[in-house]
Structures are given as C-alpha cells and as structure tokens.
Design a protein around this ligand. Structure first.
Ligand SMILES: [Zn+2]
Length: 389
C-alpha cells in the first residue's frame, strides 16, 4: 500500500469503518445485514431503468445514478473505490471499471461470507467465516468470496482481514487491473473479467453507464482527496451542488414533533422520523465538536426514563451557530473532523431519551436553541415538506 493510500485508509477507517462508534455501530451493521441478505441473491435479476439521470437527493436518501438508486452506504463504498484510484494516480477510467465490477459483484456492498458454500472444506469454511467479524453490509456465500469485489483469499487476493478492508479491496483490484495489457483500450467487460477471472460474461458491461456516471460524480472529490489526503471528509453525495455556506435538510422523513414547550419543558429542536438507520447528514459545512454517547448506554434503544440525547453529533458552523443530531443509532464522524454539507454523520435511531426512531435536530445560536423550521426556511430548506426534492 502506498503512503498516500495508507493515509487514506486511515481516514476511511474513521469515516467508514466507524471504529470510533464501535459498540454503537453494531446494531447498524446487524440491521443492514438483515436487510441486505437478499441483495446478493436477487441482484442478477435487476435491470436499470432506461431513463438515465444523475441526482443526489438533498433529502439524504442517497443518489439516483443512471436510473439506479444507491443509498448512502453504497455511495460511501463507491467514493472509496474512486478515491483509491485517484490516490494511485490512475485515471478516472480505472474507477469506472472498478465500479462496474463492484456493482456486478456485490451491488457495491461490503459482503461477508459465512462459509456455507459446499465447495469449501471445513477448515476453509472456518477461515472464510472470520469475515463476519469485520464491518459488513450483507452476506454472500459464493465459495470463499468476500467484500465489494468478491475477492477470494484462497485465490491469493489477501487474507480475509485484508480483504474486509474496503481500501485494501480497491487497492487489490487496481493492482491487478494495471497488469492487464491495454486495459485502458480493451472493452470494459474484458478488463473486468481479466481481473476477476470470472465467467460472468457480459455482466460487467451492463453496468458501464452506471459506472461512468458514478465516476463523473465522485472523481472531483477523489482527486481533491488525493491532493490533500488529510483534508476534509468527503460528502456522501459529492456531486450535490451545495454552494458554500448553504444549508440542506439533514435527513429524510416527516416532522413528527416541532420546537417549543412540551409537557412543561422546552423541546429544543424538531423531530424528523424515517425508518431506522436512515442516513443523517451535516446540515451545513462545519467542524465536529463531539460525536459520542451522551446517555448511560447507547448500545441499544433508550426509553423515556433514560436521560440524554443517546448518540449525539454536534457540529460548529462558525458565527456562533451549532447543530445537534440526537438519538442516532450510530455516528460516522469524530470530534475535530471537518465536514461538508451533506457529509454522512450518522443514522436515525432511538438511543437516549426516546420512544421511537427519529432524528432530534437542533440549531443553536450562541448556545441558545432556535426553532430549526423557520431557521432552515430562511435558508431555503422546507423541513415541513415530507421529503426532499
Ligand atoms: Zn426531539
């Protein structure tokens, strides 16, 4: 791994492996795993809709790329794949080949493998199943294949521990890609097949439009990260045209409780509710003041008798303005980190003083809470609209 990639690996360990959130992140991964098991199975039957469009949802639900919906987790892995190409000094086409491959192999999910393939010996199955110890978004069971690219430790791609690192996985893909003669000029499918040694036929070519549009969205951020690896955490939707200083809706969902007096105390923010683990984004550029469990426990849902915000992220936007994101199931940033508007900071949950899954969102001016609804309305964001445009 090059020095640049090593630094990037470090930054992505913070941003995407969520080690900072370790105990709190487990429910997220467990939940995602349950949700996504069918993906690896049904993926082959999906087809992109014919309408090509690239749009990043300000509502924080991910992006629609070439007519295919990608959520925040997929976009994050896609950004990592692009970033590693840029860090290696490869041109954008390398990322396009890698993204088409990853979409075909895993739908750009970090897949663990429980070793249940009948092709494996007991010992091989045991080693393969160690992949479950690492953060993952779903399960696959094809031989000993793991990760976004379905790389095989038995085929010499690396150890299971290495392969479950998204940066290593992308590094390993590119290391083999650049060894393919004329990889830049032969058809994408041939290049991908040569790397993967796969019998998948034309499968990779099918995702070329998606991969091209994704690359166009992610490459500017990837190049910026390569130029300044210790710099800002990339936004999940880097193609989103958020002008400097502007504000966005922090999460998808409906406002279920407004700002103001409630049962004799001040409800200092608004509650916005969506399904568990809906991504939560920085509402504006800023610096992370804290990302921590503020209740007695955050490894499970809280209750009305538990005090505190549960998992809380607080951002400083300058000029005395701060925002708070409470009850998160897990957070994905660390104190001191710079975030752009639209950076993933965590996921909706119900930790702390909470009775159901939602985001508790606060805006404070010089420490004094203000009503976020008119605050954001003045900045062009309508929280009352049930979802984002
Ligand atoms: Zn609230």
């Amino acid at each position: 791994m090059s020095g640049t990639a090593a630094r990037m690996a470090h930054s992505y360990a913070r941003a995407w492996l969520w080690q900072a959130a370790a105990p709190c992140a487990l429910p997220v991964f467990a939940g995602l795993t349950l949700l996504l098991i069918p993906l690896a199975v049904i993926g082959a039957h999906e087809a992109p809709t014919p309408t090509a469009s690239s749009a990043c949802s300000i509502g924080g639900t991910g992006a629609t790329v070439a007519g295919i919906e990608l959520d925040a987790v997929q976009m994050g892995h896609a950004q990592t794949i692009a970033d590693v190409a840029a860090a290696r000094g490869l041109d954008a086409y390398a990322a396009t080949v890698a993204l088409a491959t990853a979409y075909q192999e895993s739908r750009i999910r970090m897949l663990a493998n429980d070793g249940s393939s009948p092709e494996l010996t007991g010992e091989q199955a045991t080693v393969t199943a160690t992949s479950l110890q690492y953060p993952h978004d779903g399960l696959g069971s094809d031989h000993d294949s793991v990760n976004t690219f379905q790389q095989r430790w038995l085929a010499g791609w690396g150890t299971v521990a290495e392969l479950m690192d998204p940066v290593y996985a992308a590094e390993a893909f590119y290391a083999r890609l650049v060894e393919i003669p004329n990889w830049q000029t032969i058809p994408l499918t041939q290049a991908a097949q040569a790397v993967q040694i796969s019998a998948a036929g034309d499968a990779y070519a099918r995702w070329a439009p998606l991969a091209r549009e994704l690359t166009a969205m992610l490459w500017p951020t990837a190049r910026a990260a390569a130029a300044a690896p210790a710099g800002a955490a990339p936004a999940v939707c880097p193609g989103l045209p958020v002008a400097a200083g502007s504000w966005i809706r922090p999460t998808a969902g409906t406002v279920t409780s407004g700002y103001g007096s409630r049962w004799g105390t001040l409800h200092a923010g608004v509650d916005i509710a969506s399904p568990r683990n809906t991504p939560v984004y920085a509402a504006a550029d800023g610096t992370v003041l804290r990302a921590e469990c503020t209740s007695d426990y955050c490894d499970r849902d809280g209750s009305p008798s538990l005090a505190g915000y549960g998992n809380l992220v607080e951002l400083d936007h300058g000029g005395g303005v701060t925002t708070r994101y409470g009850h998160l199931s897990a957070y994905t940033v660390t104190a001191g980190q710079h975030v752009a508007a639209g950076t993933l900071v965590g996921f909706q949950g119900s930790t702390g003083n909470s009775t159901g899954v939602h985001l508790h969102f606060e805006v404070r001016q010089d420490g004094v809470p203000v009503d976020p609804v008119p605050w954001l309305a003045d900045r062009g964001v309508d929280l009352r609209s049930s979802d984002a445009a």
